[in-house]
Ligand binder design. Structure first.
Ligand SMILES: Cc1ncc(COP(=O)(O)O)c(C=O)c1O
Length: 366
């Protein structure tokens, strides 16, 4: 079996090799400061005794697990510290498939492409359930698609790429569907701090032995390179996931865990609010420019992304390259997120050059 290199790397390389100035609105790397306590934690770490440079407990530093368990209202035994949300999703999906309750993973369309990538890698089969024009997922459509073959339903709210936030009622129904089919709801909540309208509902609000919540600090603390995330498993499913995590990773970065713990303890809510304010401003600047050229677009309720559709300019890889060469703006082709957004392009609002990117698009499509 062959795994495809995520297309995102190809677009980044094409943009980097272009012989003109290109604004990168491809990747989900925050451009703002991590919390000061994160930097301080890393600095402090460098001067610790040699034993701090040895293996951390495989399941994660105890104090970090305790801090997360307290904040999320779960038992510390349920928490595994992972190599980012990416690994947490992998552990959750692998756990769902190894239960022998079917080999189908229900995903949304559009979808964060790593989910189908992981499904294939794990030998599962994917079935897509279309979301509506605003990226909302109708639980009735999920119920219709679900069967005894369904091992997991994997969702992401706030959503990459649509920016949709699912209401508490949707989450509650998705958990109920997972329970009805003896499947697992995997809820990836990595953008929870980027709830721009105060609507976010965590799957942890629904008590169930059929839901796994994944999360991480890559986005909330602007540290995609540090690699610290976590998964919260139901009690009876956590043991195997711990073993898989241990066999694949031994353990997760110890300096990273230490610094994240320091940042969790010391960072004021104002830090997160500032970043949301910045994003709200960028969304406005960017969508104003899209309005000016009559483009259709999604206004995100959360996360970092705006999807846009320009008449006569479908979101193919070829057009993405054209936009790099001719407008100097690098976005992501909508086709990588699934069938339903083939006409669309995705732009990540994580560069200080949003105003310039917006102007370039307005000039190009104007
Ligand atoms: C929906 C979603 N899940 C997971 C990840 C990966 O997060 P992490 O860096 O914590 O592995 C991303 C990164 O873009 C994402 O968009």
């Amino acid at each position: 079996m062959e795994y495809e290199t995520p297309l995102f790397f190809r677009v980044m390389k094409y943009a980097a090799d272009a012989d003109r100035d290109v604004i990168d609105v491809v990747s989900g790397n925050p451009d703002w400061e991590p919390p000061a306590a994160l930097r301080n934690g890393l600095r402090e770490y460098a001067d610790l005794e040699p034993d701090a440079f040895q293996y951390a407990p495989s399941v994660g530093l105890t104090e970090l697990r305790e801090e997360i368990a307290t904040r999320r209202g779960v038992d510390v035994e349920q928490v595994i510290i992972t190599n980012g949300t990416g690994e947490a999703n992998y552990l959750a999906m692998a756990r769902a498939l190894e239960r022998d309750r079917g080999d189908e993973i229900l995903l949304t369309d559009p979808v964060y492409p790593y989910y189908p990538g992981k499904t294939t890698m794990l030998g599962g089969r994917q079935t897509f359930v279309a979301t509506d024009a605003d990226g909302q997922l109708d639980p009735a459509a999920v119920r219709e698609a679900a069967s005894e073959e369904t091992a997991a339903i994997v969702v992401n709210s706030p959503n990459n790429p649509t920016g949709a936030i699912y209401p508490a009622e949707t989450i509650r129904k998705l958990v109920a569907i997972a329970e009805e089919h003896d499947a697992l709801l995997v809820s990836d909540e990595v953008y929870d701090h980027f709830d721009l309208e105060g609507r976010f509902a965590s799957a942890l609000e629904v008590e169930s032995a059929h839901r796994i919540v994944t999360n991480g600090f890559s986005k909330s603390m602007a540290i995609t390179g540090v690699r610290v995330g976590y998964a919260i498993f139901p009690h009876d499913l956590v043991e195997n996931a711990r073993s898989r995590h241990m066999l694949v990773n031994v353990s997760t970065t110890r300096p990273g865990q230490y610094a994240v713990l320091n940042a969790l303890r010391e960072t004021e809510p104002a830090y997160y609010e500032r970043n949301r304010d910045l994003l709200r401003e960028r969304v406005e600047t960017f969508t104003d420019a899209l309005d000016a050229v009559g483009a259709e677009y999604t206004t995100p309720q959360g996360a970092f992304y705006v999807m846009a559709r320009f008449d006569g300019f479908p979101g193919t890889l070829e057009n993405t390259y054209r936009l790099i060469d001719e407008a100097g703006v690098a976005g992501m082709p909508g086709e990588v997120f699934g069938e339903s957004r083939r006409e669309w392009l995705r732009f990540a609002l994580v560069t200080p050059r949003i105003e310039e990117a917006a102007e370039r698009l307005a000039t190009y499509f104007g």
